[in-house]
Design a protein around this ligand. Structure first.
Ligand code: SF4
Length: 215
């Protein structure tokens, strides 16, 4: 365990106290919304989700629908045709193998259509409070800058983070770092180190300076 790592998570929790964007209050909605959120913005998903759910309120309605009908109702998000096929196949599996209830283990979740390790980790921590680290592009980048991992794959970065942080911190990593990565430790070559709440524990060098005359 790394004491600075715990301090970093605590500082990020203080700055980003909000719940996860894809925490929609129940496992079914959170799972589907997380699948939809791949390669598109959370804002776009949250905007269309209520009308999608009105049309397809349960697994059975998704099984009965044609993939093209589902696609039409989600066509404002990226990769909507593939996601429509995934969510229809997901509904079939949920009814056939899980009695309609979202499973609570990584091993089961990653067998579902459209669900990889990242989505499964999000669902486990958000819906079931199972300690999990979801490594998306933000967590991957920030873990490297902080010096937590030099892993080349999300799986290796996940293992490194789990070694550095105590279990109780795992679920806060993705939730806080997605916002932190959008606002401060942004992608590209110039993170905003001058306004970073965790700069003193970060190994990234050289730290960037505030551009003169603006923030
Ligand atoms: S100091 Fe810079 S590189 Fe390090 S976490 Fe903060 S913004 Fe990211």
């Amino acid at each position: 365990m790394n004491e600075d790592g715990v301090k970093i998570v605590e500082a990020l929790k203080k700055r980003y106290p909000q719940k996860a964007d894809m925490d929609l209050g129940n496992p079914e909605d959170s799972l589907i919304a997380t699948i939809f959120s791949a390669r598109t913005t959370d804002v776009q998903v949250l905007k269309m989700f209520p009308s999608f759910r009105k049309k397809f309120p349960d697994w059975k309605s998704l099984v009965r629908a044609k993939a093209s009908e589902i696609a039409k109702s989600i066509n404002t998000i990226g990769l909507y045709r593939n996601k429509a096929k995934s969510v229809k196949a997901l509904a079939q599996r949920m009814i056939r193998d899980f009695d309609g209830r979202v499973p609570k283990t990584m091993d089961e979740l990653i067998t579902l259509p459209g669900v990889g390790r990242k989505t499964a980790s999000c669902v486990l921590s958000v819906c079931f409070h199972v300690p999990s680290v979801a490594v998306d592009t933000h967590v991957f980048r920030i873990a490297h800058r902080l010096g937590w991992s030099d892993g080349k794959t999300p799986e290796k970065v996940e293992q490194d983070i789990k070694r550095i942080l105590p279990e109780k911190s795992w679920g806060d990593v993705n939730r806080t770092m997605v916002r932190f990565g959008r606002e401060i430790c942004i992608g590209g070559k110039k993170p905003k180190c001058w306004m970073c709440p965790v700069a003193k524990w970060c190994r990234f060098q050289p730290k960037t300076k505030e551009p003169s005359g603006k923030r």
